[in-house]
Design a protein around this ligand. Structure first.
Ligand code: PBG
Ligand code: ZN
Length: 331
């Protein structure tokens, strides 16, 4: 008889044989930011998540640092929307101001990542510019057409404005073809060769983004994102997306969501020697919030989930539990 239970006998033995360890340095905390003052506005679909004004964000990040987390990703909740997302690259825009304030207060001790997309800044809520020739009627609303090349030019402008504000890493999430290349070229031409790119490389058209869209006010007015985000039936295509992002100059590639896509994470890790990120998304977080009956139960679930993402092969994990986990692991 093989007695595999020998090494399960005590916590000390289990710990000594454990293969996977969460590390706070690999965790990224997402933050939703908004205009205003003294705002710390709860997001109803995501208990424990808030939209912060600049003053409150600075206080919050102080706590984040104390919890042992030193990197974050910013999402803007903008009230100023148009058809092409022009407010996303204004020099004095929401994200640009937040990045400057964070960098002024925390310097290089904090890694600042910015999400680069249009959906929070367009009236229609899509991640790209809708083709001019394309009039949206009710019957056509299922097959909207996004102008790829117009969109990647705008993404390059947004990324450049974030880099100018001091972002360490820009993270294009709109799933347009060639977005990483357009951004890399724009950054390099303007003297930002040291700004890194984290591609949302294999981002699936997922049903797990619902709570995020409420938080960011970035839901679509019509149609869906299936003509640009990936079909969840595919895995070869995910590897091609990742390979292309690497060729285009990505420094980090990402798989998103995480939990229903652990197979993709594992394949990506097996196939590419590059830092791999996984986004443990809003719906994954909200499901646990709905299910866990106590903080203790939530903590155990979060640790199991994040460990499984790491075990699958993710080097970097973006998670709404990042700060909590820092606090939990310290106490
Ligand atoms: C914007 C963006 C989304 C997420 C990250 N960046 C939503 C979407 O594509 O609709 C989802 C993150 C989450 O659900 O936690 N393109
Ligand atoms: Zn988007």
């Amino acid at each position: 008889m093989y007695r595999l239970r020998r090494l399960r006998k005590s916590q000390a033995l289990r710990d000594s044989a454990a293969q996977t360890h969460l590390s706070l340095s690999n965790l990224v905390m997402p933050y939703f930011v908004r205009e205003g003052r003294k705002m710390r506005q709860p997001v109803s679909a995501m208990p424990g998540v808030f939209r912060f004004s600049q003053d409150e964000l600075l206080k919050e990040v102080e706590q984040l640092r104390r919890a042992g987390i030193s990197s974050l990703i910013l999402f803007g909740v903008s009230g100023e929307k148009d058809d092409s997302g022009a407010n996303a690259y204004s020099e004095n825009g929401l994200i640009q101001k937040m990045v400057r304030a964070l960098k002024k207060n925390f310097g290089d001790e904090l890694a600042v990542i910015t999400d680069v997309c249009l959906c929070g800044y367009t009236k229609h809520g899509h991640c790209g510019v809708i083709e001019k020739s394309h009039k949206v009627t009710k019957s056509q609303s299922r097959q909207i057409k996004i102008d790829n090349n117009k969109t990647i030019n705008i993404l390059a402008k947004i990324a450049l404005s974030h880099a100018r504000a001091g972002a360490d890493i820009v993270a294009p999430s709109s799933m347009m073809d060639g977005q990483v290349q357009a951004i890399r070229e724009g950054l390099d031409k303007n003297g930002f060769s040291q700004t890194a790119i984290m591609g949302y490389s294999a981002k699936f058209a997922s049903n797990f983004y619902g709570p995020f869209r409420e938080a960011a006010g970035s839901g679509m007015k019509f149609g869906n994102r299936k003509s640009y985000q990936m079909d969840f039936r595919n895995s070869d295509e995910a590897l091609r997306e990742i390979e292309l992002d690497i060729q285009e100059g990505a420094d980090i590639v990402m798989v998103k969501p995480a939990l229903a896509y652990l197979d993709i994470i594992a394949k990506a890790k097996e196939n590419f020697a590059i830092p791999l990120a996984a986004f443990n998304v809003s719906g994954e977080y909200a499901m646990v919030k709905a299910y866990a009956q106590s903080v203790e139960a939530e903590k155990e679930l979060a640790i199991e989930i994040l460990t499984s993402i790491k075990r699958a092969g993710a080097d970097i994990i973006i998670s709404y539990w990042a700060k909590d986990l820092g606090q939990w692991l310290k106490t």
